[in-house]
Design a protein around this ligand. Structure first.
Ligand SMILES: [Zn+2]
Length: 230
C-alpha cells in the first residue's frame, strides 16, 4: 500500500478506530479486518494436493470435480468459527470481500486458478438473501475476482428452495434435502468454472449446485473453493 494511503488510514483510524473481527483488538494501518496474530493463528489447510484431498473426495462421489480447496478448518470452539459467525450472522459484508481477496492471494502462487474461466457463487434462496442483506458466497467470489481478474457469472444457477440450515441433519438426510435444490440454465459461456461457497460440510449443497450446472451444461468442468471445511 502506498505510504500516502497508510497515512490517510492512520489519520482516519484516529477518529474511527477499526478493530479485529476475531479478537476485537485495534487494527494498525497495515491490517485489514483481522489483526496479524489472529491471521497467523487461523487453522489453515495446507495447499498440498488440490486434486485429491478430503474436500475433493467428498464431492467426487456425486459430481466430477477438478480441484477443491478450503482455506481453513472449521472448528466450532475456535477463532475460525468466530470469523464465519461474523460473516454470516452479524452483518459484516466487508469480511466476505476481504476473505475472498485473501483466499485468492494465498492460492494464486500455487496455480489453483490456472485454466479457470469464471467464478460462480453458490446462490442463496431469495428470502434468505433478503433477510441477511447479502449472499456471503457472492462476496467471497467478488473478492476472488478482484485479485484474479476472473469474471463472476450471475443468473445461471438459482436456489429454488430455502433449506440453508442443515446443521442437525444426518449425511443421508442432507443428501435427500438438497435434491432438486438448484436449477441451472444451459449456455454457460465458459468451460471451467470455480464454484465458491463459505463452508463445505458434507458437500451435499455444493454437489447439488454443481450437478444442476453440469446437467444443464454437460461440457462444464468444475473446481470448488470454500472458506472453511471441518
Ligand atoms: Zn485479532
Amino acid at each position: 500500500m502506498p505510504s500516502a494511503s497508510l497515512w490517510l488510514r492512520d489519520f482516519l483510524d484516529l477518529f474511527s478506530p477499526r478493530h479485529c473481527a476475531v479478537c476485537g483488538e485495534r487494527l494498525n494501518a497495515t491490517e485489514r479486518e483481522l489483526c496479524g496474530s489472529c491471521l497467523l493463528e487461523l487453522p489453515y489447510v495446507a495447499c498440498a494436493d488440490f486434486y485429491d484431498n478430503p474436500a475433493a473426495r467428498r464431492l467426487w462421489e456425486n459430481v466430477p470435480v477438478e480441484r477443491a480447496h478450503s482455506l481453513f478448518y472449521y472448528r466450532p470452539d475456535s477463532d475460525s468459527h468466530l470469523l464465519l459467525v461474523r460473516l454470516k450472522y452479524e452483518h459484516r459484508p466487508e469480511l466476505g470481500r476481504w476473505a475472498g481477496r485473501f483466499m485468492a492471494d494465498t492460492l494464486l502462487p500455487y496455480g489453483f486458478f490456472d485454466g479457470v474461466e469464471a467464478i460462480v457463487a453458490v446462490p442463496l434462496h431469495w428470502r434468505r438473501q433478503w433477510q441477511r442483506g447479502y449472499n456471503q458466497s457472492l462476496l467471497l467470489a467478488r473478492g476472488i475476482s478482484e485479485v484474479t481478474g476472473l469474471p463472476v457469472l450471475r443468473g445461471w444457477v438459482r436456489r429454488v428452495r430455502n433449506n440453508e440450515t442443515q446443521t442437525h441433519k444426518s449425511p443421508a438426510e442432507r443428501i435427500r434435502n438438497v435434491e432438486n435444490l438448484f436449477r441451472s440454465r444451459p449456455g454457460m459461456p465458459c468451460r471451467h468454472v470455480l464454484l465458491v461457497d463459505d463452508v463445505l460440510t458434507t458437500g451435499a449443497t455444493l454437489t447439488a449446485c454443481a450437478r444442476a450446472m453440469v446437467a444443464a451444461n454437460p461440457h462444464l468442468r468444475i473446481s470448488v473453493l470454500t472458506l472453511a471445511r471441518p
